[in-house]
Design a protein around this ligand. Structure first.
Ligand code: CO
Length: 182
């Protein structure tokens, strides 16, 4: 079981470095880390469980946040109906993206950023992304809205970029009127 203290803070250098491609087959440690990350995210989105276990709510976790510079991340997103949309994403590449930009109205959050951050981040409303699953099968998928934002946030992690790096320092709400909020 992953603990909140296992998640590396934004101050650490490793979160600002570029990750290397993962190779197949994945080793046992990687598989464990993937499974534990999904478990953490699922539980963290259950208010009672999160409080009981001291988890911060999150829907994405990338390997560098756990101290590994490998191009792997997981997403677990709880829908309003209470179902989970989940992805394990290895060596992703954005193939195409919509010109339409969106931003998350309440601001993006990150399990590595333990503070309030003001500002918006322009993200593509839709992206087509190619990636590998844990068995090494290639998958191509068009993702939209929250999931598209989550993919872009996590892919940034693999390149050593935090969401805070994408907020305009002088004008944190720059071009807000030109984008749709989600
Ligand atoms: Co993050």
């Amino acid at each position: 079981m992953l603990k909140t203290t296992d998640i590396i803070d934004e101050k650490e250098k490793i979160l600002h470095q570029k990750c290397k491609e993962a190779s197949f087959p994945l080793d046992k440690e990687d598989i464990n880390l993937i499974n534990n990350s999904i478990e953490y995210l699922r539980l963290s989105q259950d208010e009672d469980k999160a409080e009981e276990l001291g988890l911060r709510a999150g829907m994405g976790l990338a390997f560098p946040q756990l101290g590994k510079l490998k191009r792997i991340f997981v997403i677990s997103y709880k829908t309003e109906e209470g179902n989970f949309i989940e992805y394990t994403v290895i060596n992703p590449k954005i193939i195409s993206y919509s010109n339409e930009l969106v931003y998350v109205e309440e601001g993006e959050g990150c399990l590595s950023v333990n503070r309030e951050v003001e500002g918006i981040i322009p993200r593509h409303a839709r992206i087509t992304v190619g990636f590998y699953d844990t068995k090494g099968n290639y998958i191509e998928e068009r993702v939209r809205e929250e999931i598209s934002v989550a993919f872009q946030h996590e892919i940034d992690h693999l390149d050593g970029i935090l969401f805070t790096d994408r907020i305009d320092k002088k004008n944190p709400f720059k071009n807000m009127d030109k984008m749709r909020s989600i």
